[in-house]
Design a protein around this ligand. Structure first.
Ligand code: NAP
Length: 259
């Protein structure tokens, strides 16, 4: 359901649901406009890269909490620029915006597409990837963030190089090495890392974007198979795939001297 914005007499107040580089890019693009932007982060990363402008951190307390926040902060529109795998907050945003009668603009960065030379097996979820990855001869780069690593906790046979930004607070597979690193990553360094650790399988989410794509390019160059976890379906509403389209939509909603 799409909701028309009521034209505000003061500068529109925009809530960006973020936690992604796209959300930071959008906040930066809006920094010189006349709108007030509040970027929201979940607070998962200990030392996040903060977007420009006003930032709030932490969950809202479900749909009701988000509805209350929208009312208390007099939010005129919400832009969901969360990660393609952050499903719950997107669902909450749809319900809260409908309840609060404010428009929701949904953005999802394009997913990666298989290119010639890619050896991908698409899998529907992290649990399926864990079953397929746990084979004796496998040396696996596990690069899915830290929240869903518990799906691999019972893996006994494969060896894992677990890469995350912060130390995971879940049980890791018994045969593993943990490396704490934050993207963006570089193709030459990824090739070197895969060779040095004799990696012969990669588990990745189909996150899209450029920051973590070098591991996929490196896999293609080295002929390493990838278990590619498919994205969940996030929005029932129209979803934009470029920030330019998001800005165009915002300008249509709030015509006036704001942009
Ligand atoms: P999720 O499962 O969709 O959300 C879980 C809960 O975290 C939400 O119900 C909400 O709590 C809170 N939350 C999530 N995003 C929020 C935001 N931007 N601002 C305020 N609260 C937020 O999300 P997730 O997968 O845990 O991801 C958390 C954050 O990390 C997201 O902002 C996402 O963009 C970013 N991220 C996720 C991934 C990934 O692979 N999942 C990768 C990179 C970045 P309440 O119900 O209390 O409001």
């Amino acid at each position: 359901m799409s909701i028309a914005a009521s034209v505000p007499s003061a500068a529109p107040r925009i809530l960006i649901l973020g936690g992604t580089s796209d959300a930071s890019d959008l906040a930066a693009k809006l920094a010189c406009s006349g709108v007030t932007v509040i970027s929201s982060l979940a607070g998962r990363v200990a030392q996040p890269r903060l977007p420009i402008g006003i930032v709030r951190v932490g969950g809202f307390g479900g749909v009701d909490g988000l509805v209350q926040y929208i009312a208390a902060e007099k939010i005129d529109a919400v832009i969901d620029v969360t990660h393609p795998f952050a499903r719950r907050i997107s669902c909450n945003a749809e319900l809260a915006c409908a309840a609060a009668s404010v428009p929701l603009i949904a953005f999802e960065r394009p997913q990666w597409e298989r290119l010639p030379g890619d050896l991908w097996t698409n899998v529907p979820c992290v649990e399926a990837a864990a079953v397929l990855a746990d084979q004796e001869d496998k040396r696996v780069l596990l690069s899915i963030g830290r929240q869903e690593l518990s799906a691999f906790a019972s893996c006994q046979r494969a060896w894992f190089l677990v890469r995350a930004i912060d130390p995971p607070d879940v049980i890791l597979p018994c045969n593993c090495e943990l490396v704490l690193q934050r993207g963006p990553f570089d193709l030459a360094a990824e090739v070197q890392m895969l060779r040095a650790r004799s990696i012969n399988l990669i588990v990745s989410k189909n996150s899209g974007g450029s920051a973590t794509y070098p591991k996929i390019e490196a896999a293609r160059d080295l002929g390493i198979p990838v278990l590619m976890i498919e994205r969940p379906h996030k929005h029932s509403a129209q979803t934009f795939t470029s920030l330019e389209d998001v800005l165009r939509e915002l300008k249509q909603l709030f015509s006036g001297p704001w942009f």
